[in-house]
Ligand binder design. Structure first.
Ligand code: ZN
Ligand code: FE
Length: 239
């Protein structure tokens, strides 16, 4: 099983430290190097791999420093190869990859960016969604269409409900407020908001969250069609 540690970076991003059962170590989306280095030093670890979910600076800005310091190999979307410097391993759906002694499945999930992806570890049942899916929210459609994003969601919702989702930002409370406007009487949503508020009051992250909970609470995942999803996304963008 892979052990995951959240590392808060920048204002509201999360990078993640992954430790595999075979001793391999990875970092997901280092938007900033310093807090990641601090955690690695504290634990006396060196990353073998850096994963990027997409090309935005708040997910990749720490790549170069971590490569330089530790000689880590950068594994990032093949389709964003022209927008991410220093890729060593091109990730694409259907191309086998492994980490920590486990298979890694790449889900190409265009919408937020054209070439973005989610990283799924089926044995550990953990999923890194970057800015495709947030708890009770989703990324803005900077480069993709609502139909593409809706199709991307379909790849995520096909995974087991117990999958633990680790996303790129701590946006849970503000996202949840939007979902409550859409579904004020949804009891699962009310419960999740209470839980999230308690965690934030204690200075704790609201992640991971299970896919099952997201299916019950995330208005975007619950839209039912690409058309309805497009309306919700547009409504949130105008907020
Ligand atoms: Zn992004
Ligand atoms: Fe981001």
């Amino acid at each position: 099983m892979i052990n995951v540690t959240l590392i808060p970076v920048l204002d509201d991003n999360y990078a993640y430290l992954l430790e595999g059962a075979n001793g391999e170590t990875a970092i997901v989306d280092p938007g900033e190097a310093a807090p990641v280095i601090q955690e690695l030093e504290r634990r006396n670890l060196r990353p073998d791999i850096i994963f990027n979910t997409h090309h935005h600076g708040d997910h990749i800005a720490g790549n170069a420093e971590l490569k330089r310091l530790y000689g880590a190999k950068l594994a990032a979307p093949a389709k964003e190869q022209s927008r991410i410097d220093g890729i060593d391993i091109e990730l694409a759906e259907g191309i086998p990859f492994s980490f920590g002694g486990e298979p890694v499945h790449i889900l190409e999930t265009p919408g937020h960016t054209r070439g973005g992806l989610c990283i799924y570890f089926p044995e550990s049942k953990i999923l890194f969604t970057g800015d495709t899916l947030f708890s009770m929210g989703c990324g803005r459609l900077f480069e993709g269409t609502p139909a593409q994003m809706w199709e991307s969601f379909g790849k995520i919702t096909a995974l087991p409900d117990e999958t633990q989702i680790f996303c790129g930002h701590e946006y849970t409370l503000s996202n949840g407020e939007f979902c409550l406007r859409i579904e004020p009487d949804n009891p699962a949503l009310q419960r999740r908001m209470e839980e999230a508020q308690t965690l934030r009051d204690q200075g704790q992250p609201t992640l991971p969250v299970t896919l099952g909970t997201e299916k019950q609470t995330n208005a975007f995942l619950r839209a039912g069609s690409a058309e309805k999803f497009a309306e919700l996304r547009a409504l949130k963008d105008r907020k």
